[in-house]
Ligand binder design. Structure first.
Ligand SMILES: Cc1cc2nc3c(=O)[nH]c(=O)nc-3n(C[C@H](O)[C@H](O)[C@H](O)COP(=O)(O)O)c2cc1C
Ligand code: SF4
Length: 495
């Protein structure tokens, strides 16, 4: 009987040499069944080779193609091998997680429908098919699921608006533009478990009465695009799509195209410029029709909610932050990767216990939470629980769950400048506070950092930030000042 060996085909694992490892294994004179799974998200151990044994999967981290011959010199290595990490499931980083949305990520063969169904896939769709549309919507509302793209708007309420709006055509649009710094979980889902996103979109279609969907995926994710296209074809051939038309559209490469109204413009073949609201996309969205626009993680979480029930999901988490959050650990961190934990876990636990502190070994100075427009949380606030409301109280935001860690050597004044520069580069240009304000912001920060009338220029910068917050049409111009202000408040010596 052949031995099953798993080598991730995930983009990060491949960038660390997973393909040559798989090729070398293929060339060995051993009876191996090589499965290209996704990554479990323990990125510091990639490429993480897993060998199936009677006791479970045993792991070998950081394997290089050159080391494979040595590792397999005496046949298939077992748990007694000196490089063995033991049972993968027992690695504390994984064991302490609560994987609901990412239950199959890194475990199954991403393009095997059989594997998907064997690991709980399609159960939610089956339940939804037997329900009335309004009941599907109430289940999602009762679960407490809030949008994971950034704004944390309740998913069920958005779906209810689309359901309530009468139209001959409605759409489901998946926002897979994933532009935030330090985020990669959308990509992992699309590469490692594409069927769960398809299942979530089918359920959304049943809930609101839509029979057409688009996945707007960033162009920088070629593996995800390929994986989704293959998965859509496989699901279609197996009859799971029914009459639902589903297509992947390759995004335009602009950060602002992640903002939902810009995204819709881009999907319609126009330049990605923000639309005025109202009307909401839920009422007049794609081609003027009622449209659900949801992030990958929001949609990929729906199947487990339908399969296990609203109460099961909402029992995880705290207060109004229910369920789990997929946190992505990046920046100067020892153990970077994906963790899925119930809301309520403290930031300190995440960066110190899961992340193991900084990669440099120096103390943590700050954590930027929520992408390039997120605030810098100082180390003194690391005991803040992961919770939308608790974050709001300290002026921070959870966003898409990306955490970028900085050590005490980081130049946060330069990061403040970067926030304004990023806004200037990525502005769609529709409104003045953002288009002009961000350029002036860079200039004023340069003056402060250059020592030109720093006190007066600090007052000017604060005033400019407030103008951008108050007067910008969308979150790009409205939030770009937040990292700047947080640095001025918590790190006054740096700006
Ligand atoms: C400048 C800007 C960029 C955004 N980029 C993304 C993105 O890359 N992915 C995403 O899902 N949401 C992004 N959003 C949020 C979307 O506008 C929208 O709220 C989201 O797609 C709704 O889905 P959700 O309710 O499931 O979170 C962005 C918002 C702004 C203001
Ligand atoms: S804030 Fe910036 S990105 Fe948003 S509409 Fe105004 S110019 Fe465009």
């Amino acid at each position: 009987m052949s031995t099953r060996v798993y080598v991730p085909a995930d983009a990060t694992a491949c960038s660390l040499g997973a393909d040559p490892v798989a090729d070398t294994l293929q060339g060995l004179d051993l009876d191996l069944d090589i499965v290209r799974n996704g990554s479990r998200g323990l990125y510091w151990l990639e490429p993480l080779l897993e060998i199936e044994t009677a006791a479970g999967h045993i792991g070998f981290g950081g394997a290089t193609a050159g080391q494979i011959a040595c590792l397999f010199a005496s046949g298939i290595p077992d748990a007694s091998h000196e490089n063995c990490l033991g049972l993968v499931e027992e690695i504390p980083y994984l064991q302490k997680q609560q994987r609901l949305t990412c239950a199959r990520v890194g475990i199954t063969d991403p393009l095997s429908l059989e594997d998907y169904a064997d690991h709980g896939g399609l159960a939610g769709l089956e339940v939804a098919r037997a329900m009335a549309a309004a009941d599907i919507v109430s289940t999602v509302t009762d679960s407490g699921l809030r949008g994971r793209g950034g704004a944390a708007f309740p998913t069920g309420i958005k779906w209810q608006t689309v359901l309530n709006t009468t139209a001959e055509q409605k759409y489901i649009v998946c926002n897979a533009d994933e532009g935030d710094s330090g985020t990669f979980v959308d990509r992992m889902i699309m590469e490692s478990d594409p069927f769960v996103l398809i299942e979530g979109m089918l359920i959304a279609g049943l809930a609101v009465g839509a029979d057409c969907g688009y996945i707007y995926c960033r162009a920088e994710y070629p593996k995800a695009i390929a994986s989704l296209n293959q998965a859509i074809a496989i699901a279609g051939e197996a009859g799971h799509l029914g009459d639902f038309q589903l297509e992947v559209r390759v995004a335009a490469g602009a950060y602002i195209c992640g903002e939902e109204t810009s995204l819709l413009e881009s999907l319609e073949g126009k330049r990605g410029v923000v639309r005025f609201r109202p009307p909401l996309p839920a009422v007049e969205g794609l081609f003027g029709k009622p449209t659900v626009v949801n992030n990958v993680i929001s949609l990929a979480t729906v199947p487990i909610i339908l399969a296990r029930g609203a109460d099961y999901y909402r029992d995880f988490g705290v207060g109004r932050s229910m369920g789990t959050l997929t946190v992505q650990l990046a920046g100067n961190i020892k153990q970077g990767g994906l963790i899925e934990v119930p809301f309520g876990v403290s930031l300190r636990e995440i960066v110190e216990e899961f992340g193991g502190g900084t990669a440099s070994g120096k103390p943590i100075k700050a954590v930027q939470a929520g992408g390039p427009l997120g605030t810098y949380v100082p180390s003194s606030q690391l005991d803040t629980p992961l919770d939308y409301e608790a974050f709001k109280e300290i002026g921070a935001m959870v966003g898409h769950g990306g955490l970028v860690v900085f050590d005490t050597d980081a130049d946060l004044g330069a990061m403040a400048r970067f926030a304004m520069e990023f806004c200037a580069e990525e502005s769609c240009g529709k409104c003045t506070p953002c288009r002009i304000g961000s350029v002036r912001g860079v200039e004023v920060i340069d003056k402060i950092r250059g020592g030109a009338e720093p006190d007066d220029n600090r007052i000017l910068l604060q005033d400019l930030c407030q103008t951008m917050i108050d007067g910008s049409l969308c979150g790009l111009g409205g939030m770009a000042p937040l990292p700047v202000l947080s640095i001025m408040e918590h790190f006054p010596d740096e700006l």
